[in-house]
Write a protein that binds this ligand. Structure first.
Ligand code: URA
Length: 209
């Protein structure tokens, strides 16, 4: 499985501002949206296209349209912050939702909601800003791969080496797209140095952030 790190000066600045503990919820969501544009552009680099002939105001033009149906699957709740920018770029897509809860003591994930459209032969993009232990991503990808999509990609803002290894062991054919690989997980299984709790920071649900 390939790991693709999206490197760009603007993405580095956005990442730094996301990491900054003084960044408030509204700005945090906006920065997350901006970073998602970079990630989605990179994650769809190998999408197939098909010819589309149109007319410009001046001439006939042999253009291109997307040649694959796309399904976007945000992992709730943090992955929801990446949905809107993904839809802005991709437009005609189906959306699946997978709800995961993390037990803060064991840091294991539990699926509490799973509503997926037909995925067979589709290009599936799974969204979760934090690839930490890889537990949620693994459960989500198991549900996705069961339906035999044409291909699937995992898109995260930051990944921890532990999460990357876990997906590498479980799925040989699911590339990961991330803007950074951080040092490690801390004792609470948070990505270190990371962003803290992404959902709490984005939705303003923890006063510490
Ligand atoms: N989820 C988060 O929101 N933050 C982490 O660091 C790890 C998982």
């Amino acid at each position: 499985m390939a790991l693709h790190i999206v490197e760009h000066p603007l993405a580095s600045k956005i990442l730094t501002d996301l990491r900054d503990e003084t960044t408030g919820a509204s700005r945090f969501r906006e920065l997350g949206k901006q970073l998602t544009y970079f990630l989605i552009i990179e994650a769809t680099r190998n999408l197939k296209t098909k010819p589309k002939n149109i007319r410009t105001p001046l001439a006939d033009f042999d253009g291109a349209d997307l040649g694959q149906s796309i399904v976007v699957v945000p992992i709730l709740r943090a992955g929801l912050t990446m949905l809107q920018p993904a839809l802005e770029l991709l437009q005609d897509v189906s959306i699946g939702y997978i709800g995961m809860e993390r037990d803060e003591t064991s840091a294991t994930a539990r699926t509490y909601y799973c509503k997926l459209p037909r995925l067979r032969d589709k290009f599936v993009i799974v969204l979760d800003p934090m690839l930490a232990t890889g537990n949620s991503a693994e459960l989500a990808l198991e549900a996705v791969m069961e339906q035999e999509p044409a291909s699937a990609v995992m898109v995260s803002m930051i990944a921890a080496p532990e999460g990357i290894r876990r997906l590498e062991n479980s799925f040989t054919n699911v590339p990961i797209y991330a803007a950074a690989v951080d040092e490690r997980l801390d004792e609470r299984r948070f990505i270190f140095p990371g962003f803290g709790d992404f959902g709490d920071r984005a939705y303003g649900t923890n006063q510490k952030w």
